[in-house]
Design a protein around this ligand. Structure first.
Ligand code: GLN
Length: 190
């Protein structure tokens, strides 16, 4: 299996290192051929408005949407969660998301008081807490039917899954704890 990390903008390198530690082939993806070749894709954190604009500029939106519609396993972290969601609140007017998971997310909604925070998360399926790093994170305001909530903070879902699409409001690649990358590889392989 080869996992791609969408490398238009944002926190790409730390994801590649997490897969390397797990012994999973991972490559940065910047073009149509890359999107068509990979078996699974990470959409990293960064700035969703910029990534949305670059998807259009490089004509990658249609090939990526086609692969997601054909059930490409995908892991969206922070801005990546926003890009994979079906509905984005407080987005820029020209920002478009890919609708790979039925969620409504509000950009930067944790960030009104404090831009960033960390929290130990109880995650369904993990036997010890996962340390979540939240950086101008989105808040999930609606969870669609068929979406499983795997972790919450103060009642708000922060880790969700539907089939082989996994999304986190936090940055799991920043702490050296590779359990969510391993979980994603397991979802992608089934
Ligand atoms: N606030 C950013 C956005 O709207 C996401 C921040 C992040 O990925 N750390 O895209």
């Amino acid at each position: 299996m080869t996992v791609g990390v969408l490398a238009l903008q944002g926190a790409v390198e730390a994801h590649l290192q997490a897969f390397a530690r797990l012994g999973v082939d991972a490559v940065a993806v910047r073009d149509r051929a890359g999107i068509e070749a990979v078996d699974a894709l990470v959409v990293p954190g960064g700035e969703s408005t910029t990534m949305s604009m670059l998807l259009d500029r490089f004509e990658l939106r249609a090939p990526l949407a086609a692969r997601l519609a054909a059930d490409l396993p995908a892991f969206g972290t922070c801005a990546g969660m926003i890009l994979l969601a079906s509905d984005v609140l407080d987005g820029r007017p020209d920002q478009r998301s890919l609708g790979a998971i039925d969620l409504a997310v509000r950009r930067n909604a944790f960030g009104r008081q404090v831009d960033s925070f960390e929290a130990d998360l109880e995650v369904t399926g993990l036997d010890a807490p996962f340390h979540g790093v939240f950086i101008r994170a989105p808040v999930v305001e609606r969870v669609g039917a068929g979406v499983e909530v795997l972790a919450t903070v103060g009642g708000a879902p922060v880790l969700c899954r539907a089939g082989a699409v996994l999304v986190s409001a936090f940055h799991p690649e920043l702490t050296g704890d590779d359990r969510l990358h391993a979980l994603f590889c397991g979802l992608a392989a089934t």
